[in-house]
Design a protein around this ligand. Structure first.
Ligand SMILES: NC(=O)c1ccc[n+]([C@@H]2O[C@H](COP(=O)([O-])OP(=O)(O)OC[C@H]3O[C@@H](n4cnc5c(N)ncnc54)[C@H](O)[C@@H]3O)[C@@H](O)[C@H]2O)c1
Length: 392
């Protein structure tokens, strides 16, 4: 029986994936094997020694003392991409809001409360509606910087709207490249992309290399009637430079998820209160992904989407027994362990060894369950941090 401690309200769509005959799931469970949480802060808390994994239902892990846990051999999982569809849909909404007089038209109609006669109202609206005419997205060029989980979804959706899509991502992952339609035009530089597009959507992480990437200089490369959509992070743009460009008619609109005092009330700005990932479905996706990853680790020792351990997966074959161990990433540890197994005539059927920074992780499938002495000998090998025995 695995014991899971939950913090925060985790969607039942996720938690119900823990079968009741194998898992005890409880808020505040004592001596848990693993923890599932959303935003609860673990920094000022000591987790029980029994914990071997922490799964965060969400992308950021600022609320988890990852470095500390790595030293203790605790695997920390997150759920990248689980909210990508939610963000994609809001980006599409942002493009539509910027190209049609939707908000302006609604505000105008809301101001007609004094009119009592519907025939008179419809005549008046027919005369006035040209003020809210817009443009279609079809045929326009959308530039996307960052073609990861969200950027690739936005790209494919924009193609389905008959837009032309130009993308720039010098470090695109293999998975994202597979997801991406071949109709997305690859640009060799951000500068080349900026000069061509009618709409620019940013989907890069906020890291030193992307900080302020849209600034006074790069804005000068853009068409004066272009629209910028920022549903990534505030730090990647210089919003004061954007404001200046809007005020000088060097940019048409700025649509973002990151309001700042100087943007409020500007008619060329639509700023939303950071609601890109705020959907019931995104919350459920995060919970489902967190639980699936945790189960696979607890039951099979596989590690997918960890922020501190290497991606390590091996299909569960016919082997009677699987051992997994974590060690400091120094030479000789795996050799030492294999030597012990060979001495005791324990046959290794399959194995995988991966490392990431200071930590190495190993999965070994064995022909038979080794006795306690062998397990103890492996556990005591210098630099082995933790070991698990997973029999079927
Ligand atoms: N508005 C919201 O509520 C919300 C929700 C989720 C994510 N986000 C933001 O969206 C960002 C993207 O999310 P994701 O899930 O797609 O991340 P991701 O890691 O899947 O993709 C990011 C992509 O950006 C690329 N990249 C990095 N530096 C680049 C650069 N200098 N130029 C071009 N490309 C570069 C990477 O290669 C990667 O492909 C996140 O980092 C986060 O800040 C916002």
């Amino acid at each position: 029986m695995f014991r899971i401690r939950t913090y925060n309200k985790i969607s039942d769509k996720g938690l119900s994936r823990f079968p009741a005959d194998k898992y005890q799931v409880q808020e505040g469970a004592e001596t848990p094997d693993a923890v599932v949480l959303r935003s609860h802060k673990l920094h000022n808390e000591t987790l029980p020694e029994s914990v071997i994994a922490v799964a965060r239902a969400g992308a950021g892990v600022n609320n988890v003392p990852v470095e500390d846990y790595t030293k203790k051999g605790i695997v920390v999982f997150n759920t990248p991409g689980a909210n990508a569809n939610a963000v994609k849909e809001l980006v599409l909404a942002g493009m539509l809001l910027s190209s049609r007089g939707i908000l302006q038209g609604k505000n105008f109609v809301d101001g007609l409360g004094h009119m009592q006669d519907s025939a008179e109202m419809s005549k008046f609206l027919e005369a006035e509606k040209k003020r809210f005419a817009g443009n279609e997205l079809a045929g326009k060029k959308l530039g996307i910087i960052g073609l990861g989980a969200i950027g690739s979804m936005v790209a494919n959706a924009a193609l389905a709207l008959d837009m032309r899509v130009l993308g720039f991502d010098p470090a695109i992952s293999v998975e994202a490249a597979w997801r991406l339609s071949s109709d997305v035009e690859r640009m060799e530089s951000m500068q080349a992309l900026l000069a061509e597009v009618d709409y620019l959507s940013l989907h890069v992480p906020a890291i030193p290399a992307t900080k302020g990437m849209i600034n006074e200089e790069t804005l000068k490369l853009m068409k004066p009637d272009a629209v910028i959509l920022n549903f990534a992070r505030d730090a990647i743009v210089d919003s004061k430079a954007i404001l200046a460009a809007l005020n000088n008619d060097a940019l048409r609109q700025y649509i973002c998820d990151f309001p700042e005092p100087w943007l409020i009330g500007n008619e060329k700005v639509i700023a939303l209160p950071h609601i890109g990932a705020s959907t019931a479905e995104a919350e459920e996706n995060c919970a489902v992904m967190a639980v699936n990853q945790l189960k696979d680790y607890l039951e099979n020792g596989n590690i997918r989407n960890s922020v501190n351990f290497p991606q390590t997966e091996m299909a569960r074959g016919d082997a009677a027994c699987r051992i997994t161990f974590t060690n400091d990433n120094v030479s000789g540890v795996l050799g030492h362990v294999l030597g012990i197994l060979a001495d005791k005539k324990v046959n290794v059927i399959d194995m995988v060894n991966k490392s990431r920074d200071d930590v190495a992780y190993n999965i070994l499938d064995l022909e038979e369950l080794p006795n306690e002495d062998v397990i103890k000998a492996v556990r005591e090998v210098e630099n082995v941090i933790s070991l698990r025995v997973l029999c079927k």
